[in-house]
Design a protein around this ligand. Structure first.
Ligand SMILES: NC(=O)c1ccc[n+]([C@@H]2O[C@H](COP(=O)([O-])OP(=O)(O)OC[C@H]3O[C@@H](n4cnc5c(N)ncnc54)[C@H](OP(=O)(O)O)[C@@H]3O)[C@@H](O)[C@H]2O)c1
Length: 273
């Protein structure tokens, strides 16, 4: 049995399907089983109950436990769980310190997992392509997408590539102790990404650059603290005119080239229409 935290999320939902398709038994955690509409075949349980009976391996998604994996690891160790696959972040590879709160936080969680003595794999994706869904209202309403740094470059990662890589980390022993960097296959500017969404929906869409201070005001709120907003804006500023990292790890782990942003936009056209 593989236990998936954050099972209704961008990555979790595809991972549940991939593992079921591979013939694995899956327990999918959600705060609200009644509305989760997880695939038939998955056993659904509540996040706060986290039942560990029969579990051999767990997927740790920080989105479902931002305070870290402490409780999960404690329960896992007590039930003889063998392996943890963690959804970490490429930001772990950037300079550590107050200027990089996202990387620092994920590194701290990785260290907790390492210290548990369980087998581990740390998936380190870069920018999720799904972050672009925040543009949906502006694109749907026919307006330009406003944001900072039109020429900042990224290699957005399709959530299905992350889920497929996670599945491989459970289905084989090849990725124990590995920290694959999961990026998309091409470096694109913000402006090119918005134009790509426009092509997918058959309606032109464009990016309109606004001042970073204005973008910051709009970003802050909820989980987006001023510190995280500042660090994202710093990353974007540093990415202007600089081709994004394109790592070979997705293809190496999942056995086919990483999905393009055009593929992602086509898969999500309905979200923007
Ligand atoms: N976005 C990026 O660019 C990026 C880049 C690198 C790494 N990451 C990592 O990926 C994670 C996001 O993964 P994702 O997109 O798959 O997650 P997600 O879709 O944002 O969320 C996963 C699930 O977590 C549950 N959840 C949300 N808030 C919760 C809370 N306060 N308490 C308990 N459960 C909660 C929700 O499930 P229920 O509502 O069903 O409970 C949600 O469906 C980030 O946290 C980060 O660690 C993200």
């Amino acid at each position: 049995m593989i236990l998936i935290t954050g099972a209704t999320g961008n990555v979790g939902r595809h991972l549940v399907t991939a593992l079921l398709d591979a013939g694995e038994k899956v327990r999918a955690l959600t705060r609200d089983p009644a509305t989760a509409s997880l695939p038939e075949g998955a056993e659904v349980a509540r996040t706060d109950e986290m039942p560990m009976d029969d579990v051999e391996a767990v997927f740790f998604n920080p989105a479902a436990s931002w305070n870290g994996p402490g409780e999960l690891l404690e329960k896992a160790a007590a039930h003889g769980v063998r392996r943890v696959v963690m959804l970490s972040s490429l930001a772990c590879t950037y300079e550590e310190g107050p200027a990089n709160p996202i990387g620092t936080h994920h590194l701290k969680m990785e260290r907790e997992v390492e210290a548990s003595g369980l087998e581990w794999t740390f998936l380190r994706p870069g920018l999720f392509a799904t972050n672009s869904l925040v543009w949906a209202d502006q694109i749907r309403n026919g307006g330009a997408v406003q944001g900072a740094y039109a020429e900042a470059q990224f290699s957005p990662t399709h959530e299905r590539d992350i889920a497929d890589a996670a599945a491989q980390a459970f289905l084989t022993d090849d990725h124990v102790g590995a920290k694959p960097l999961l990026t998309g296959p091409e470096s694109l500017t913000h402006a090119e990404m918005v134009a790509t969404v426009g092509e997918a929906i058959g309606r032109p869409a464009r990016f309109e650059e606004i001042a970073p201070e204005v973008a910051r005001e709009r970003m802050v709120g909820g989980h987006m603290t001023p510190q995280i907003a500042d660090s994202i804006l710093r990353m974007q500023a540093a990415a202007v005119g600089v081709p994004a990292l394109i790592a070979p790890d997705v293809e190496r782990v999942i056995g086919h080239p990483a999905r393009t942003f055009a593929q992602w936009a086509a898969d999500h056209a309905a979200d923007f229409s």
